[in-house]
Design a protein around this ligand. Structure first.
Ligand SMILES: C[S@@+](CC[C@H](N)C(=O)[O-])C[C@H]1O[C@@H](n2cnc3c(N)ncnc32)[C@H](O)[C@@H]1O
Length: 284
C-alpha cells in the first residue's frame, strides 16, 4: 500500500487529493460539483455555504479574515473575489499551499490573499491580527481542539468572531465498527466531537458561544456525491491512487451516510466570539 500519510505531521496528508487536476481527481470533481460549483474546495462545502457565511458574518472589504486549514485555497479566493476582503490562510500541507498559490495568482488576488504553510496549533501570526477566523471542514483532524481554539482566540481582535463548519458526531460504544471504518478511510484516527463537546471547549478556551447552525440536508447530498463519485470512477481512481485507499474511501462515505441517516452525524456552523472590544452581550 502506498503511504499517503506522514505520521510525524499533525493531521491528514491530503497531497493526492490536493492535486486538483490529476486525471482521477478531475473525474471525481466533475462528478461531485460540475463546473459551476467547483471552486477549488477540498471538502464538503459549496458556494452556497460561503454565500451564507458572507451574509451571516458580514464579510466585506474591511474584513481581514483568517482561514484555518485553507486547503487548496479555493474558498479563500472565492471569499476575496466575492467581497473584496483580505484573507490569510494557514495550511499544513505543501501541495495545498502550492496549489493555493497558483489559484491566487490566476485570480489576480496576490494583493489580498496569502497562504502560509504552518500548523494551526502554533500560528505564525501576531496577537489580535484578525477581524474574523473561519475554518471549513477541518476540525476533525485536530486531536487537541482546545489548543487550536486558544490559538485562534489569541490571533483574533477582541470582539471578533470565530466560525467553523464541521462534521459533528453523536456516536456511542455500539458505533465502534463505524468509527473504525471512518478511520480506515483516512488511514489515521480522526478526532470526532459532538456539538456539545465543541461548545464546552470553546467556552473553556475563553470564547462566548453565539450560535450553532445545522446544515444537514445539503451535507447529506455532498457526502452522497463524494461516495457516488468514488464508486462511479473507482477503477480510474484506483489506478492513480491505489485500490485499497480507493475502496476504503468508498466505505468511508457509505459509513458516513449511514451515520447521518441514523441521526448520529451532522454538520454545524459554530459561531463564537472573543469577548471584549465593545462586542455586544447579545448578538446583533
Ligand atoms: C478537508 S480539508 C479542507 C480544506 C479547505 N478548508 C476547504 O474547504 O477546501 C482539511 C485541510 O486541513 C489541513 N490541515 C490538517 N491539519 C492541519 C494543521 N495542523 N494545521 C493547518 N492545516 C491543517 C489539511 O492539510 C487539509 O488541507
Amino acid at each position: 500500500m502506498e503511504a499517503r500519510v506522514t505520521m510525524k505531521r499533525i493531521g491528514v496528508d491530503y497531497s493526492e487529493l490536493h492535486r486538483l487536476d490529476s486525471p482521477a481527481n478531475r473525474l471525481l470533481r466533475d462528478h461531485i460539483w460540475g463546473a459551476d460549483n467547483d471552486i477549488g474546495q477540498q471538502s464538503f462545502i459549496t458556494p452556497r455555504y460561503l454565500d451564507d457565511m458572507i451574509v451571516r458574518l458580514g464579510i466585506g472589504p474591511d474584513t481581514h479574515l483568517l482561514d484555518v486549514g485553507s486547503g487548496t485555497g479555493g474558498p479563500a479566493v472565492y471569499l476575496a473575489s466575492a467581497t473584496g476582503c483580505r484573507v490569510s490562510g494557514i495550511e499544513i500541507n505543501e501541495v495545498g499551499v502550492e496549489v493555493s498559490r497558483s489559484l491566487i495568482a490566476n485570480a489576480g488576488l496576490g494583493d489580498r490573499v496569502t497562504v502560509v504553510q504552518g500548523d494551526a496549533h502554533t500560528m505564525p501570526f501576531a496577537d489580535a491580527t484578525f477581524d474574523l477566523a473561519l475554518s471549513l471542514n477541518v476540525m476533525n483532524v485536530f486531536e487537541d481542539k482546545a489548543r487550536v481554539f486558544r490559538e485562534v482566540l489569541r490571533v483574533l481582535k477582541p470582539g471578533a468572531r470565530w466560525a467553523f463548519l464541521s462534521g459533528t458526531f453523536e456516536m456511542g460504544v455500539e458505533d465502534e465498527d463505524a468509527r473504525e471504518r471512518l478511520r480506515r478511510g483516512y488511514l489515521i484516527p480522526q478526532f470526532y466531537d459532538s456539538l456539545r463537546g465543541y461548545k464546552e471547549k470553546l467556552w473553556a478556551a475563553g470564547f462566548r458561544v453565539e450560535e450553532a447552525v445545522e446544515f444537514v440536508s445539503d451535507f447529506w447530498v455532498q457526502v452522497r456525491r463524494w461516495g457516488d463519485g468514488y464508486r462511479t470512477n473507482r477503477d480510474a481512481i484506483a489506478a492513480e491512487q491505489g485500490a485499497e485507499n480507493t475502496d476504503y474511501h468508498i466505505d468511508y462515505f457509505a459509513t458516513y451516510l449511514a451515520l447521518i441517516e441514523a441521526g448520529k452525524a451532522s454538520n454545524h456552523l459554530v459561531i463564537a466570539r472573543r469577548p471584549g472590544g465593545g462586542a455586544p452581550e447579545t448578538p446583533v
